[in-house]
Design a protein around this ligand. Structure first.
Ligand SMILES: [Ca+2]
Ligand SMILES: [Ca+2]
Ligand SMILES: [Ca+2]
Length: 172
């Protein structure tokens, strides 16, 4: 499997000036599983057909980034459905590696360079997938998020969530 590069990023300052609430889609998932990775909301924002895809994920509880350490089994995974069939084409696994949270996207025989993921408070994850890339092709994209958590208490056998429980967040 070869590692692919994303196209050059448009300077972030320009994106910030152009960004508006338009093009954002949010899905709220219920407080439906035990453990710290119970997903609460997924927001996808794409201001036009060729724009970067901004993804924001929140959970009901606060947790430290190292909960997703690479050597463990806990994960938050973004699913990308980039066409009209119901199947996932790309999966972005969010892990804590080398002191940073990153998302590693794979699928369709490719793996991509890691994307930085921000964890500005205990319960939010934010990342941006460059426009015009296989997991964020021009036009609409469908995403969903899965989580899985193992701990010594209520999630000894694994706690798993999906947001939304069925279907997709259609962006924009
Ligand atoms: Ca949930
Ligand atoms: Ca698909
Ligand atoms: Ca759910």
């Amino acid at each position: 499997m070869r590692t692919r590069s994303f196209p050059a990023l448009v300077p972030l300052l320009v994106l910030a000036l152009l960004a508006t609430p338009a093009g954002a889609t949010t899905v709220t998932d219920p407080d439906d599983v035990a453990g710290k990775l119970d997903l609460a909301t997924v927001t996808g924002t794409k201001t036009d057909a060729t724009a970067p895809l901004k993804i924001r994920i929140t959970t009901y509880e606060n947790w430290a980034a190292r909960l997703l350490r690479e050597s463990g089994r806990n994960r938050v995974i973004v699913l990308f459905n980039v066409d009209t069939d119901p199947e996932t084409e790309y999966r972005g696994a969010i892990v804590y590696a080398g002191g940073d949270l990153v998302m590693r996207i794979r699928g369709e025989g490719s793996s991509f360079e890691p994307l930085l993921v921000r964890h500005p408070n205990g319960h939010t994850l934010r990342t941006v997938v460059p426009g015009g890339s296989p997991p964020n092709p021009d036009g609409r994209v469908r995403i969903a998020v899965r989580s899985r958590l193992y701990d010594d208490a209520e999630c000894a056998d694994g706690c798993r969530d999906r947001a939304p429980n069925g279907g997709w967040v259609l962006v924009p």
